[in-house]
Design a binder for this molecule. Structure first.
Ligand code: FES
Length: 255
């Protein structure tokens, strides 16, 4: 079930020059949301037009009844979101899309790989896994140390490894070069990040026969399967990333 809610801004904090963390709340209990799902945020333009932007669910803080959105300020809409003030209203349609597959048994070994803003859904996924008794391993990649996001929130949830392209934190290089992939094996990998990174991780998973799900970031507009601007060609034909995804098993993809 989807809801269209006027959420209240609790805080907007700048994480670095590109990212802000927006915490939202509601006067009623927030609906059920699964890791990997997203929300469509209404960003007002002129009085007569508005657009909705898809933003993945970064975290749901049940104790404080908060929804967290990690937003990369890349265009007009997201810049407007970054300027929101405490107490202002943000209209959101939620939850949308399919989530990551959760474990059948707590012993399952999950590797959660995030790159750039693709780190966002991994926090909520990691927390939900931990709640089920399954300790996740995180592998987060970024260009440089200052681009690594929310490490302090990831740390308590499981084992945390990082890579940076310039070697300023963790191992130098890309996530796919990290030694954890050579030294350990996993039952399932969940990935979100830039497409070349997701493709490289998918290839690793294929070669090693590991179940792997990726969260695609195709252009989206309507978010509800109506405009077809998010279509991905798959082994099952053309699928809408917004309704059939954004999470896909790599077996479905023509990568
Ligand atoms: Fe419109 Fe997916 S965003 S169909």
């Amino acid at each position: 079930k989807k809801f269209c809610l006027d959420l209240t801004v609790v805080s907007v904090s700048k994480i670095n020059d590109r990212y802000v963390l927006i915490k939202l709340t509601h006067n009623e209990e927030l609906p059920q949301m699964e890791p990997g799902q997203f929300v469509e945020v209404r960003v007002d333009g002129s009085p007569t037009t508005f657009l909705r932007r898809p933003i993945s669910i970064n975290f749901v803080d049940r104790k404080n009844n908060q929804l967290w959105l990690l937003v990369a300020t890349v265009g007009d809409g997201t810049h407007k979101m970054a300027q929101l003030k405490e107490g202002e209203i943000l209209n959101c349609v939620l939850p949308l899309g399919k989530s990551f597959t959760m474990p059948q048994q707590p012993q399952e070994k999950y590797l959660l790989v995030g790159g750039g803003v693709g780190t966002a859904p991994m926090l909520y996924l990691g927390e939900q896994l931990k709640k089920m008794g399954c300790t996740p391993t995180f592998l987060l990649g970024a260009r440089s140390q200052k681009d690594l996001l929310e490490l302090e929130y990831f740390e308590p949830l499981g084992r945390l490894f990082v890579t940076t392209e310039d070697g300023t934190a963790g191992e130098k290089g890309f996530v796919t070069n990290h030694s954890i992939l050579q030294n350990e094996t996993f039952d399932r990998i969940c990935v979100c990040g830039p497409t070349p990174m997701m493709k490289a991780v998918a290839q690793y998973a294929r070669q090693n026969n590991i179940e792997c799900e990726v969260s695609l970031e195709n252009m989206m507009a309507c978010g509800v399967g109506a405009c077809l601007c998010c279509v991905e060609k798959t082994t099952e034909g053309n699928l809408c990333v917004c309704t059939d995804g954004p999470v896909f098993n790599i077996k479905q993809l023509l990568w």
